[in-house]
Design a protein around this ligand. Structure first.
Ligand SMILES: NC(=O)c1ccc[n+]([C@@H]2O[C@H](COP(=O)([O-])OP(=O)(O)OC[C@H]3O[C@@H](n4cnc5c(N)ncnc54)[C@H](OP(=O)(O)O)[C@@H]3O)[C@@H](O)[C@H]2O)c1
Length: 338
């Protein structure tokens, strides 16, 4: 692909069930021109995220659906290459909600500068960005882990899960991860310090494995995936358990309403709290979360990994990989060199 033209990825049909590469197309258009108070931004990295699957359906949610034959949008890190705003200089690296394309025009107040001295710029889409804030507030504000408690995390080796486990360890909890490959299990235990982890794709009895891993039950279940994995974890909750509902990725491609155990009796008897949350509800506390996470990274208390696919044209493939578990840590697409 020629980078001097503007290649753009469009959603051309709404996925039925699991998305495929046929739902996307790449086109070439001209490079847009900025007007007053606008910037021309060259895309360096873009983020693919599970929530985008919901936006591919034609239904209202907390965020509107993507429109067919329009450029997909999401978190983007880019370099300002032309500015008509006195607040930005050519060469500034910025974060914004922009298109899956080589070049975007954005209003100056739509993007914010990234401090490259704080941490590598890619962290603005991961540990110091939306997924990091999800882990920080979802676990600490809703889960409220205490010393000696048992915390179980599904989707444990992903962008959010890998951080939740480390935060829980910092709070003195026993941490059990659930993930989909032996390599991920090794990563969680040997590199991130999880107490143990279960490969849900190879175990013949996840219920039994969980019971063995959590002899005192589950005080906090940080739910990233939903479905039968969550059914198994919820059967083990303790008195006063907290269950932050972060995501339900195992259900995002379902064509029919999923039916599972009726868990209200379990919640009632255990006086447990199950609470859905969206990271956007914590926007006014992001500064706190980012400062704290940045400090913990500097001190070596929080580690992170990024799975980087090269090339704008591979963005759909990277997105699809979220559903087959191709990523360990935050999935990014590198579009151009800085
Ligand atoms: N509430 C919020 O504000 C908020 C914000 C960000 C993210 N989220 C949610 O948090 C969850 C994790 O997001 P993320 O960005 O950190 O993604 P991620 O975990 O980096 O990537 C998705 C992972 O989900 C796992 N997965 C895919 N299909 C699965 C299935 N059928 N059953 C079990 N696991 C499956 C895969 O790992 P395996 O190899 O382990 O299968 C995959 O790597 C998602 O549900 C997302 O929607 C919520």
């Amino acid at each position: 692909m020629n980078e001097a033209t503007n290649n753009q990825i469009l959603l051309t049909s709404r996925p039925v069930g699991t998305p495929t590469s046929n739902n996307f197309a790449i086109i070439t258009s001209s490079i847009p021109q900025p007007n007053d108070n606008q910037l021309l931004i060259r895309t360096l990295y873009l983020s693919v995220d599970p929530y985008m699957r919901g936006r591919m359906n034609n239904q209202e949610s907390y965020i509107p659906p993507f429109q067919l034959n329009e450029v997909l949008t999401g978190g983007v890190i880019g370099e300002v290459i032309e500015t008509k705003s006195s607040d930005f200089q050519v060469g500034d690296v910025v974060l914004g909600h922009l298109g899956w394309q080589n070049y975007s025009v954005a209003d100056a107040n739509q993007v914010k500068k990234i401090d490259a001295d704080l941490a590598p710029i890619t962290t603005a889409l991961g540990v110091l960005g939306m997924p990091g804030m999800t882990a920080y507030f979802g676990l600490l504000d809703i889960g409220q882990p205490q010393e000696g408690e048992t915390v179980v995390i599904s989707g444990a080796a992903g962008a959010v899960g890998m951080l939740v486990g480390q935060l829980a360890k910092m709070k003195g909890a026993r941490v059990v991860g659930i993930a989909g490959s032996d390599e991920k299990i090794r990563y969680l235990i040997e590199e991130l310090g999880f107490d143990t982890a279960i490969n849900y794709k190879t175990t013949s009895n996840i219920q039994l494995e969980l019971a063995k891993a959590c002899p005192n039950g589950v005080d906090i279940y940080f739910d990233n995936v939903g479905g039968t994995i969550s059914d198994a974890v919820l059967s083990l909750i303790t008195q006063g358990a907290r269950i932050p509902i972060c995501g339900q990725i195992s259900l995002y491609n379902s064509e029919k309403q999923d039916v599972g155990p009726r868990i209200q009796v379990q919640l009632l008897r255990k006086m447990a709290t199950m609470k859905g949350f969206l990271v956007g509800q914590y926007t006014d506390r992001y500064e706190e979360g980012m400062t704290q996470m940045a400090q913990w990274i500097k001190e070596g208390k929080i580690k992170y990994s990024e799975n980087i696919v090269e090339g704008l044209e591979n963005a759909p493939k990277a997105f699809l990989g979220l559903f087959s578990g191709d990523n360990t840590g935050k999935q990014l697409v590198k579009v151009a060199d800085c």
